[in-house]
Ligand binder design. Structure first.
Ligand SMILES: Cc1ncc(COP(=O)(O)O)c(C=O)c1O
Length: 455
């Protein structure tokens, strides 16, 4: 290869010969969309093989908290690498997992005293669904086999997780393979009645959930929600009163409350966990993504001693929980998680995020007046801009127009990784981003939006 040849192009060609990427129509990479080989990460930045830099405005699918190649997390991992890389987690344990469980119990809402480890977000959802079902079975309630999920929800893409997700294309495609959830209307503020406050919208939706529970509680194991922000469903946001009411309804109707904090946990919404803003403890809390600072796949399901006790019996009672992954409790991943949580202890992360979130809000505010922006919304370090064809009626752009893709491509050209969800341009940067870097993201997005709405 001569020095003038693009290393990007050479690597992309090799990639496309054998690899098959997630969430991707691979045909796009035949022309429209570049396949970008990243060789290095530095703080909030990614560097491609030709040396071009991209500000990671979406924390690499919402996983990264404290920067790429974070030296503290890296150092902890290097030490662990020389000690123990992995060990079977049945009948064996190790200090990184023990310490991690202790720390997770300490920092999560009260009552979540038991930790089950898995290795990605969807796996955590599978664990929570199975554990809830199996709890009721062990209690003599085998008739409870269904789950209530919210419209517009997303909980992952394995069959169980997809079963409690409400993403139209996925549901349509895989319908014959999925469980049928009971869908409750999401308290999404964007869909509120004209003049209705976010809190009133939450209360109205709780009324509808009550009606569903009156009809279905006898056959329902749990209600599963993404607290405060439905991320993959378009960064739709709702008032914490919904979670407070949900806790009360779950108690009243004897169904579990599963909080999927896989995307919103670890400071994303302004508090360490989103449930804190409603002052509630769920029966199950699923965590992943930011848990390892974006370094390694790991997830955790926290639950109560009362759930744990329903499985705890003499072996031949046959009550044990039936779930395992080969890499459960991987020591390297646990060590990365411990180093990540240590940063939360040592640094004023939430306070710093408040300042960054305020700056992001300030920079995005003018977009409210844009003729094709129906909504600018934000919860902590998650902000979203909803593009519409018609501002007065909020008529969306047709999905086939792929307006968001135009913003994505413009972003790549100008050194920003923004990866819109359909017509929703969103910002979810690593917490190490600076105000100047936020300015860069917003400037690129604004110019990208101008291109995207151009006919
Ligand atoms: C709320 C939520 N739950 C579950 C998942 C699934 O996690 P994973 O992609 O690690 O399987 C995601 C992923 O985006 C998510 O946003």
């Amino acid at each position: 290869m001569t020095p003038n040849e693009s290393r990007n192009r050479a690597l992309a060609a090799r990639d496309l010969r054998h690899l098959w990427h997630p969430c991707t129509q691979m045909h796009d990479h035949a022309g429209t969309v570049p396949m970008l080989p990243i060789v290095r990460g530095e703080g909030a930045w990614l560097v491609d093989a030709d040396g071009k830099r991209y500000l990671d405005g979406i924390s690499s699918w919402w996983t990264n908290l404290f920067g790429h190649a974070n030296p503290r997390i890296g150092a902890a991992l290097k030490q662990q690498l020389d000690t123990l890389e992995h060990v079977i987690f049945a009948g064996f344990t190790h200090e990184p997992a023990i310490e991690l469980a202790e720390e997770l119990v300490r920092i999560t809402p009260a009552g979540l005293d038991r930790v089950f480890l898995a290795d990605n977000g969807s796996a955590a959802i599978e664990v929570a669904l199975k554990m809830s079902f199996h709890y009721w079975l062990n209690q003599g309630h085998g008739e409870k086999t269904r789950f209530i999920a919210l419209t517009g929800s997303y909980h992952g893409e394995t069959l169980g997780a997809l079963s409690v997700s409400d993403v139209a294309l996925y549901r349509k495609t895989y319908a014959p393979l999925l469980l049928t959830p009971i869908l409750a209307p999401c308290p999404d503020t964007y869909e509120a009645e004209p003049g209705e406050s976010p809190e009133a919208c939450a209360q109205r939706r709780l009324g509808e959930l009550r009606t569903l529970l009156e009809r279905h509680a006898h056959e329902t194991c749990a209600v599963i929600v993404e607290p405060l922000v439905q991320c993959a469903g378009g960064m739709r946001m709702y008032h914490p009163a919904y979670l407070t009411g949900l806790r009360a309804l779950c108690d009243e109707f004897k169904v579990h409350f599963i909080a999927d904090e896989i995307a919103v946990g670890f400071g994303r919404t302004g508090t360490l966990f989103a449930c804190e803003q409603a002052h509630v403890s769920p029966d199950f809390m699923c965590l992943s993504k930011g848990l390892t600072g974006g370094f390694l796949p790991l997830s955790a399901v926290l639950t109560t001693n009362s759930v744990y006790d329903a499985f705890y019996a003499e072996y031949n009672a046959g009550k044990a929980f039936l779930h395992s992954h080969s890499y459960t409790g991987n020591p390297l991943a646990c060590r990365a998680a411990l180093a990540t949580l240590q940063i939360f202890r040592d640094e004023p992360v939430l306070e710093r995020n408040r300042a960054l979130a305020a700056h992001l809000a300030y920079r995005l505010a003018p977009l409210r007046d844009h003729p094709h922006v129906a909504d600018v919304r934000q919860t902590g370090m998650i902000a979203a801009v909803e593009l519409v064809q018609d501002k007065a009626t909020r008529r969306p752009y047709a999905a086939e127009d792929r307006r968001g893709l135009r913003v994505y491509l413009h972003g790549l050209e100008h050194g920003a990784l923004l990866r819109p969800l359909g017509n929703v341009i969103y910002f979810m940067p690593p917490y190490v981003v600076s105000e100047q870097e936020i300015d860069h993201l917003v400037d690129v997005a604004v110019a990208g939006i101008a291109l995207a709405v151009d006919v």
